[in-house]
Design a protein around this ligand. Sequence first.
Ligand code: MN
Length: 227
Amino acid sequence: MNFVIDPPDRPAVAVKGGGAFPVRRIFCIGRNYADHVREMGGDPKSSPPVFFTKPADAVVADGAEIAFAQATTNLHFEGELVVALAGGGKDIASEDDAAALIYGYAAGCDLTRRDHQARAKQAGAPWDTAKGFDQSAPVGAIAPIDAAALGAARLQTRINGDLRQDAPLDQMIWSIPEIIIALSRQFELKAGDLIFTGTPEGVGPLSPGDAAEVAIGDDLQVRFQIS
Ligand code: MN
């Protein structure tokens, strides 16, 4: 194709064992661990799934140095399990069909401008500047494993070595197949999509100089440093 400017780079995430996973879209679910819903002042039983997105080029590789986000005084970490899709569809009918679309899993961090999010919630305004900013999606190498290999792994977030989030994945309100089905009722999912599956309680602020690590079980981890 005769592009009139140089086409932008294709965002990608490394795969354990070699290769790279090209990123098409990043979907995220909010309010998916009961204790985190409570810490944010909500009622987990009355909250339907909340979806938002980040641009594909918000992904940041494992080990990166990330500039403290512009235009915020309250940059928060949210450690999350990330699902990578090898296929897609609309109105996916069953949990088995949804599970069959999964390529693998990674540890990620849904970086959030909490001050923007609080203002957006109050004003009924969009979450784009709270969630979809530059470098807001650190994602570690994707492990092409199946759900059974994850088992009841714990998600643990450490900031400067201090354990700040620690929860088993089975505390999710909406399971991964349920998330995929619900998303497919809103969007046509496709190979290359990443889904951030929500964060447990313990979110908090980051400062310049902080070293963050999200680890899930023995296989998945992402580390980054705020500069
Ligand atoms: Mn999140």
